[in-house]
Design a protein. Structure first.
Length: 280
């Protein structure tokens, strides 16, 4: 009686198959759960993929300190912090940046004549865009070669100014110039003088100043030293023709309006009269 009750209370235990598996030691289990770490071999990637990474790592826009009233901006410029990674990374990164970096200089309607000193991070840029604003303050001086109006003085000054800028950029391959005149200041005389003086802005040494585009605009608004803006609507009245090397009038102006989509603009042809108002 007693033995049967004992057997009922203490049935024999049986080991299941999963219980027979060996239990790993604690250190080995921890090592198995630890993620593997190592050095990412960046230069094992194809060059095309590395170039895409370099391009995506460029800074979209960087501002530099103004000089003599001129604004300096760079688009798609190299991040100086990334230049410290390695010598090979620096060489390939700068090689890619040279294709994309553009230096933009806006010179307001303030006559100065002083040369600019370009910051070292933009001297490798291959493209240069210069925006010049000129306002005639003395229409009575039109036709006076010894004491010309301020627009002509600006053009004469900017020839050496532009040559000095280009000489500081060792890899420059493209120069674009845009000039904006205030049509409310009786600029017909200024335009005539600008055509006579055009050799100062077109007759550069191609090896130093690779001029690719030169355009002259009328602003659509009254301007002053504090409100010059190339982002507002303006009318194209002159354009440089590379085939002939001459600056030509445009009989029907092209009005350019910012579209709000990056550098793109909307264009509309408008009539331009031959009177002093310039028509816009």
């Amino acid at each position: 009686m007693g033995e049967s009750n004992l057997k009922k209370l203490s049935p024999p235990t049986t080991l299941k198959r999963r219980d027979l598996r060996p239990t790993p030691s604690q250190p080995a289990a921890a090592a198995a759960r630890k993620p593997k770490t190592g050095v990412f071999r960046f230069f094992d990637l194809p060059r095309e993929l590395r170039d895409q990474i370099y391009s995506d790592s460029l800074i979209f826009k960087r501002k530099f300190d103004s000089q003599h009233g001129s604004r300096l901006r760079a688009r798609r410029i190299a991040d100086v912090n990334l230049l410290l990674i390695s010598r090979r990374f620096r060489e390939e990164y700068l090689e890619r940046a040279e294709r994309d970096t553009c230096l933009v200089i806006t010179d307001r309607g303030i006559y100065h004549g002083e040369f600019l000193t370009l910051p070292s991070p933009v001297r490798y840029a291959t493209r240069l865009e210069i925006f010049l604003a000129a306002c005639c303050e003395s229409p009575a001086l039109h036709g006076n070669s010894r004491h010309p109006c301020s627009v002509v003085r600006e053009v004469r000054m900017h020839r050496k100014w532009i040559e000095n800028l280009c000489s500081q950029m060792r890899n420059l391959s493209s120069l674009k110039i845009e000039i904006m005149l205030d049509p409310h200041k009786r600029v017909s005389g200024c335009e005539d003088a600008l055509l006579r003086e055009q050799h100062r802005l077109t007759g550069f040494d191609e090896r130093v100043v690779p001029l690719r585009s030169l355009e002259v605009y009328h602003s659509s608004h009254y301007v002053s030293e504090g409100v010059w803006s190339f982002n507002r609507p303006r009318t194209l009245v002159m354009r440089y023709v590379p085939e002939t090397g001459e600056l030509k009038r445009i009989e029907e102006g092209v009005e350019r309006r910012p579209s709000g989509a990056g550098e793109k603009v909307e264009e509309k042809v408008v009539s331009v009269g031959g009177n002093d108002a310039g028509g816009s």
